[in-house]
Design a protein around this ligand. Sequence first.
Ligand SMILES: Cc1ncc(C[n+]2csc(CCOP(=O)(O)OP(=O)(O)O)c2C)c(N)n1
Length: 347
Amino acid sequence: MFDSVSLYRKMLTCRRIEEAIAGLWHEGLISGEMHLGIGEEAINAGVLDHLGDGDAVALDHRGTAGMLLMGVEAAAIIKECMGVEDGLCGGMGGHMHMFSKDHLAASSGIVGSSGPAACGFALAAQHLRPEKVAVAFFGEGAMNQGMLMESMNLAAAWDLPVLFVCRDNGTAITTSSASVTGGSLEERARGLGVPAKSINGVDAEAVWNEAAGMLDRVRSGRGPSFLRATCLRPQGHFLGDPLIRMVHKPFSEMMPRTGPLVSSAISSGGASIQQRMASLSKIMAMIGRAARTQLGNTHDPVLRMRKKLQITSVELAGLENEVERNVKNAVENALLSVPAGRKEAAR
Ligand SMILES: Cc1ncc(C[n+]2csc(CCOP(=O)(O)OP(=O)(O)O)c2C)c(N)n1
């Protein structure tokens, strides 16, 4: 049965943990790129709420929330992001390459690889754990990766118990996916004999209901299904995304870029003037698209779920305080593992 309060708790926990990770990244305690799933909570929680013991998940470079929802301890995830020795994978995997054998959860930064990984989990389930399933999460950019299509094909041919979940935010780093994608993604899946649906991935209840039906079918041994859930990601591709910075601080962020853009547009030699104008208009469209993802909070799945809750304000405050406390404890616990010298260096 759909339990809005339980789902909200999960979504809020993912949001707060990822915000805490963002804070540590800004403090310099996490190095490298950081991809978060803020804006995708309804998809992650709405699907993974249906998984139980023996079910598996394969995640991509945005797998922090998925790991958490599979029951991996928050502090172990945060430590892994910080690269400390007692992190989930000994600090060697970082946020993109987490793995937990106990929770049958694996993530990889190789775009598209969650498809083959989920098929592996599903093949094992087919032989060893009847009625258990595997879920693959990936972005719509990964749908143009051969290995994802190959794994969907094999899953269909072998009736593997896989739910393929595509989180479609329309953009792969800075490339508009529509500009490099032929046909519809659902039709592509159907062409392989895989039932497919598209859904508003901001609506947690809708995702939950759709995933329930699809996972029932997958569990019953009738082969894979494909769910495309649309979403918006307010932080862009990664933390510090220049496109998002330009939207928030157009003057200071655009100024240093305007000179090089203008001089490349007017310099002698090179591409034709038409080609240069087309490139400039593509850049402007990219900035415009980024601006649209920032407008208002109508696309925030966590706020949307919160508004639907039928509990008293006292109960809501209790729930939210508890989540905040748990997250604070997890961060404090994780920070105990960071050598003092590193904390000093980050200051
Ligand atoms: C095989 C491979 N090609 C390219 C990359 C570089 N890369 C990292 S994320 C990304 C975009 C992925 O877009 P999408 O699958 O839509 O996921 P999103 O980041 O939007 O969640 C790319 C191209 C990679 N990591 N792996």
